[in-house]
Structures are given as structure tokens and as C-alpha cells.
Write a protein that binds this ligand. Structure first.
Ligand SMILES: [Zn+2]
Length: 573
């Protein structure tokens, strides 16, 4: 099998790359499809390749949460942990923890009543709620002002249980979004709306076709986790009934006539589940404590706009947007277009054009999910077993907003305070010398290289955890080179808040997030198995195995020596 020679001698292979070709692109075409032999007990590059090619194959259609393809991916993981003889730690003795996901459409029989008049859904209003919600009865409307105009905020106590009424608005052109969402005004605006009985936006004369489509034909997957107030989009006629006055005369904090709603939604369950498996600890006392190891099993599905040429995307992104979806979406310069064309021409020499519409998510996060599976296999089939138990959690819905991890830590299947640490793997398959893995605080581009891996959050709750991971790397001579640049406070890419580990950290659980960082294929259809660095993934897998083993055998729980965040607060890096 030629492919294995390729992996035994990765350095040689890359040396053959002709100038002008791209990271991971070799002189001879690397297989787009690969079916490997049965896996072995140890963490190996070959096993990782076998697993990633399966889990990120086109047939998985990008494993988006809410689609049957996410179930296909989690079914593979479940079949493996069951084959390995690990203990089910999901719902009701299974390996799955179902996350409450739904498509939600408005029931056209819904009505609202104001001052003796009844208004109907689809004609006078539409309604939405991205969570559990309830009707309001005889609630007093208060006119606030333009949507997102935080200068018109009213005190949270005055908003509580009221119906807040807005007119369309929005941010002034040129507003720095980052600064705005971090502002007190914006957080007060969110808090004000969160305690209201309902929020109403008076959208104009009639409901737009788009608003009607969103209300009655939505296929969006919703994660219903908390109670939220209703949001109503109403016509000017309803608005004027609320205040008994023309819209031109509404003033800030003007009170209106009582409103009562009878709003119903039709919720259709959607696929999306965490996979949870456990290796019981060997010590009768310590086995009731858990070291959690995780990754996310979902990605972003397929390209709604249809296929694009694979190689052209690769060439364009490499030259113009080296951090993929994290790069500024700017147009190419004339000089760049020349370079892009040159690369495409050289790629044409070795591969035919290929229309591509699937976000395979080989690095994001098949690399993490399959490395966790390899670690699980070593724990299950290997000789070394820790005193504490190991909990393996493959979270769903990470791309949609850390949904699976949020649900697991809010409703854990083991006591949350018995989880002593969490190691999260998200994108551990790249980090090559040609990959732009991120930026430092000064905006200088970071690049990977031999043994490159980013550590994020490893000392944010427990200095001991960060020290331990470093000690393991040194003592076990794993040859990894840690980059902490992305862990800097106030870092604009905010990576510490962008993956599942934060849902553990929010409860004060020490975490370490491992990643080889960004690259030109990030969230592109070009994030495919043939561009990953499997030997590096195996190195990282061994770091995870050895670190978890050491934490699992510590005579004491990892010491939390840093302040714990507010579990209900928003993440701040
Ligand atoms: Zn990811």
C-alpha cells in the first residue's frame, strides 16, 4: 500500500513538493478516498488516517447538527466505543445524550388581543422564540425606541414583566461591532430584553414575505435551552392599537394598553446528540472523580450556494485569505490573482477540476474527534489504567454555538463537581510551516512547524494543569512545541471562548484546549483528510493520553488557584 510509505516518511514526502503547490499538497496525488485496516490498541498515525477518512468522508455531508448526517457520524463513534468495551455514560444506559433540538414554526392559529381587538398570525404579526417560552396576559406595553439604540435603554427593573416595544433601527454605519457588543450599553440592552414578558418590533405596514417564510417555513435547527420572552413582529396597525395613538406620536417610555397573547409553535425534533463513554477508574474512592476528554462531532454541512472548484478555492484562500473563514473577506489584488492563477495551473497538472460543495471538516473537528477515539482505544485496550475515571464526550452543535457542550455541562450524566478537568481538542490536524495558525496580539501572523500546537486556557483556572501538561511533554519526550499566543487576554480572535472547553470552564473546571490553529482551509469545502498531518495528531494524542493518565492518578484534585467565572456570564478572554 503506497499510502503507508507516505506516512512512515512524511518529511521525505513533503520534500518532493514542487514549488507553487499548497500545504499538504504532494507531487503525487494523495488519495481522496482511503479505507484503512482495523485499528490497533496504540495511538498511531495510520489509525488516525483510517478514522478521519471515514468520519470526514463526503458521504458524511459535513455532519451538520440537526441533519441525519450528524447522526451518521455519532453512530460511528458509538459503534467504536461499544466495540472497545467502554461503559455507556449517556441517557438511560446508552452512549447517547440527546440534545433538545427542534425546527420551530409558528402555529397560524395564534392570536394576540389588545383593547378588545384580536389580531391574527400571518396577517398582523409573526412570533418567534429561541427557547422555552410562555404567553403574556394583560401585560403593559412600554415604548422604548429604535432596535439596538442603547441610549434608549430603560432600567432592568422597569422592564421586568413588561412588553417592550421597538421600531426598526440598527447600528450607525461604521460602528465597531466588537467594541459595541462589549459595551455596557449593549449588555444592559440584552438584560433589559431578557426580563421582559415579550419584545415587540413594529416592522411597518405589512409583514414581509421573508418574515412570513421565517415564521411559517423555517428549517433552522434551534437549541431550546432556557426560558426566553416571546418576540413579536407586528404591523403598524397593531402598534397603534397598542398605544391608541399614531406611531409619529410615540414617546420614550410611553405606556400602552394591556396585551394578551395566545401564541403556539409547532416544534419538530431534529437530530443531534452527544456521545458519552466512560473508562471506570481503578481506585474505589477516586473512580467517582472524572477526567473529561472531548471534541466536537459536528461541522457545517454543505454549501447552500452549490459547488465550487475545489482547487481554485484552495489556491485563492491560500494567497488571499490564509486563515480561511477567520481572514478578512477582502477581494484579491491584481498581483495576488496572478499568483492564484499560477497555482491553479500547477494543480491542473496533477488533478482535474472538481466541483465541491461539502464542508468535510476533516480538521474541524474530525481530527479532534478521531484523536479522542484513539485515546479512548489506548485506555480501553492498553495496560495503563488511571485511578480516576475517564469521561469521553463528543459534543454536537459546537458550530452552532457550543450547544452540545452547553447541554452536557448544564445536565451532566455524572455529578458536575466530580469532573476534575477537561481536555478539549478542536482542529489538531494541521499546524504546518505553511499554515497561518493565527495572529499574535500585535497582529503578526503566526505559522506552524515541527511539533507545533497551541495551548489555550491551560492555566486560566489551574496553574497546576498547565504545568502538568508541559511536564508530560518534556518527560515523555513527545517533541511538541507549545504556542500560547492565542491565549493572550483580550486576544481579538477570542479562541478561549470559541470551543467546547469553555462550557466546562464556566463552572470552574480546569481546562486545556489543544489546537494546531487556523489555516486557509478553515471552514472551507477544502478542509479534507488528504491535507492533515497524521503523525502530528498522534503526537498530540499521546500528550492527551499521558496528561489524562497523570491527572487521573494524582493523589489530590487539580488545584483551582484562579478565580472562577460567573457560570451565567458571557465568556471574556
Ligand atoms: Zn471546531
Amino acid at each position: 500500500m503506497p499510502i503507508s510509505i507516505r506516512f512512515v516518511l512524511p518529511a521525505l514526502w513533503t520534500a518532493l513538493v514542487a514549488p507553487g503547490l499548497l500545504p499538504g499538497q504532494a507531487a503525487a496525488p494523495v488519495p481522496r478516498k482511503y479505507i484503512g485496516p482495523p485499528t490497533v490498541a496504540e495511538i498511531t498515525a495510520g489509525d488516525l488516517m483510517t478514522r478521519v477518512y471515514k468520519f470526514a468522508d463526503d458521504s458524511m455531508m459535513g455532519r451538520q447538527v440537526g441533519t441525519p448526517y450528524n447522526d451518521m457520524g455519532t453512530a460511528y463513534i458509538e459503534s467504536e466505543v461499544r466495540r472497545l468495551g467502554l461503559q455507556p455514560a449517556g441517557d438511560n444506559g446508552t452512549f447517547f445524550q440527546k440534545v433538545p433540538l427542534f425546527t420551530r414554526v409558528l402555529d397560524s392559529a395564534s392570536t394576540i388581543a389588545v383593547d378588545g381587538a384580536t389580531f391574527t398570525a400571518g396577517t398582523d404579526f409573526t412570533a418567534g422564540a429561541n427557547g422555552f417560552t410562555k404567553d403574556v396576559a394583560n401585560a403593559t406595553p412600554v415604548f422604548v425606541g429604535a432596535w439596538l439604540d442603547t441610549t434608549r435603554n430603560i432600567p432592568v427593573d422597569s422592564a421586568r414583566g413588561r412588553v417592550l416595544v421597538f421600531v426598526p433601527g440598527g447600528l450607525a454605519p461604521g460602528t465597531d461591532i466588537g467594541k459595541f457588543v462589549a459595551s455596557n450599553g449593549y449588555n444592559q440592552w440584552l438584560a433589559m430584553r431578557a426580563v421582559a414578558a415579550a419584545n415587540v418590533v413594529v416592522i411597518g405596514e405589512a409583514l414581509s414575505p421573508n418574515a412570513l417564510r421565517n415564521a411559517f417555513q423555517s428549517t433552522t435547527t434551534n437549541y431550546l435551552q432556557d426560558w426566553v420572552p416571546l418576540t413579536l413582529n407586528v404591523t403598524r396597525a397593531v402598534g397603534e392599537a397598542l398605544f391608541g395613538a399614531p406611531a409619529t406620536s410615540w414617546t420614550h417610555r410611553m405606556a400602552g394598553k394591556p396585551i394578551t397573547t395566545s401564541v403556539r409553535f409547532v416544534d419538530t425534533p431534529k437530530p443531534g446528540r452527544n456521545v458519552v463513554a466512560m473508562l471506570p477508574g481503578t481506585d474505589p474512592a477516586l473512580r467517582h472523580q472524572y477526567v473529561a476528554i472531548g471534541a466536537h462531532n459536528d461541522h457545517v454541512g454543505t454549501r447552500a450556494q452549490g459547488p465550487v472548484d475545489h482547487d481554485s478555492v484552495r489556491a485563492f484562500m491560500q494567497v488571499v485569505r490564509p486563515q480561511g473563514a477567520d481572514s478578512d473577506p477582502r477581494p484579491a489584488t491584481a498581483e495576488e490573482l496572478v499568483r492564484v492563477k499560477a497555482i491553479i495551473d500547477s494543480l491542473r497538472a496533477i488533478s482535474a477540476p472538481r466541483p465541491d460543495s461539502i464542508y468535510n471538516g476533516a480538521d474541524d473537528d474530525a481530527s479532534g474527534s478521531m484523536t479522542v477515539l484513539e485515546v479512548a482505544e489506548q485506555f480501553a485496550r492498553g495496560r495503563e489504567k488511571p485511578k480516576r475515571s475517564i469521561l469521553f464526550v463528543w459534543h454536537t452543535g459546537e458550530e452552532a454555538g457550543l450547544w452540545g457542550a452547553n447541554y452536557f455541562t448544564a445536565r451532566p450524566t455524572v455529578p458536575r463537581d466530580s469532573i476534575v478537568a477537561q481536555i478539549n481538542l478542536d482542529m489538531v490536524g494541521r499546524g504546518g510551516a505553511d499554515d497561518v495558525t493565527g495572529e499574535d496580539l500585535e497582529g503578526k501572523l503566526l505559522r506552524g512547524g515541527e511539533g507545533y500546537v497551541q495551548l489555550i486556557g491551560s492555566r486560566r483556572l489551574s496553574t497546576e494543569m498547565g504545568d502538568l501538561v508541559e511536564a508530560v511533554n518534556a518527560e515523555k519526550q513527545l517533541g511538541l512545541r507549545f504556542d500560547y499566543s492565542m491565549d493572550a487576554n483580550g486576544h481579538p480572535q477570542n479562541i478561549y471562548c470559541r470551543s467546547d472547553h469553555y462550557e466546562y470552564a464556566r463552572y470552574g473546571i480546569p481546562v486545556t484546549f489543544m489546537s494546531t490553529g487556523g489555516h486557509a482551509d478553515y471552514h472551507q469545502v477544502t478542509d479534507e483528510p488528504q491535507y492533515l498531518d497524521y503523525p502530528r495528531m498522534a503526537q498530540i494524542g499521546r500528550l492527551v493520553f499521558e496528561s489524562a493518565l497523570r491527572i487521573g492518578n494524582l493523589p489530590h484534585r487539580l488545584k483551582v488557584d484562579k478565580p472562577k467565572p460567573d457560570p451565567k456570564g458571557s465568556c471574556v478572554q
